[in-house]
Write a protein that binds this ligand. Structure first.
Ligand code: ZN
Length: 125
């Protein structure tokens, strides 16, 4: 095994370990908004207005279907952590795929070298 192969294998091991340590997952994004109400004379329509909120809205897409729902203020910290874990998962998987593709390309190349040079062996496919 050459140096590059070893580096890639170690990277993949590290990624797997990190994946194992990931906590709860939640895809999507959280947005904050301030609302106005319909009550006459409410401070939300004063000038300058003092709007109600913030309200937290979670939007996400699963299996091609987009959904959004409100998140309670006391749940926000947990939801943020779950969103962060999910983003981390995606980044790790992406990194794993890249490392894995490079590793298999290296191995195919080595196998071809071992099988002996053919007239076109230097041409990458
Ligand atoms: Zn109001």
């Amino acid at each position: 095994m050459n140096r590059r192969e070893m580096t890639l294998e170690r990277r993949i091991e590290r990624i797997k370990n990190e994946l194992q340590g990931l906590g709860e997952l939640r895809p999507g994004s959280l947005s904050e908004q301030d609302n106005v109400c319909g009550v006459a004379g409410c401070q939300c329509k004063a000038s300058p207005p003092k709007k109600h909120g913030p309200y937290y809205q979670l939007s996400f897409t699963r299996k091609g279907k987009s959904t959004s729902r409100f998140v309670r203020r006391e749940e926000v910290a947990v939801v943020r952590r779950q969103l962060k874990n999910y983003a981390k998962l995606r980044a790790l998987v992406d990194e794993w795929i890249d490392a894995s593709m490079e590793l298999s390309a290296l191995r195919v190349e080595q196998q071809r070298d071992r099988a002996g040079k053919t007239p076109h062996s230097s041409a990458r496919t």
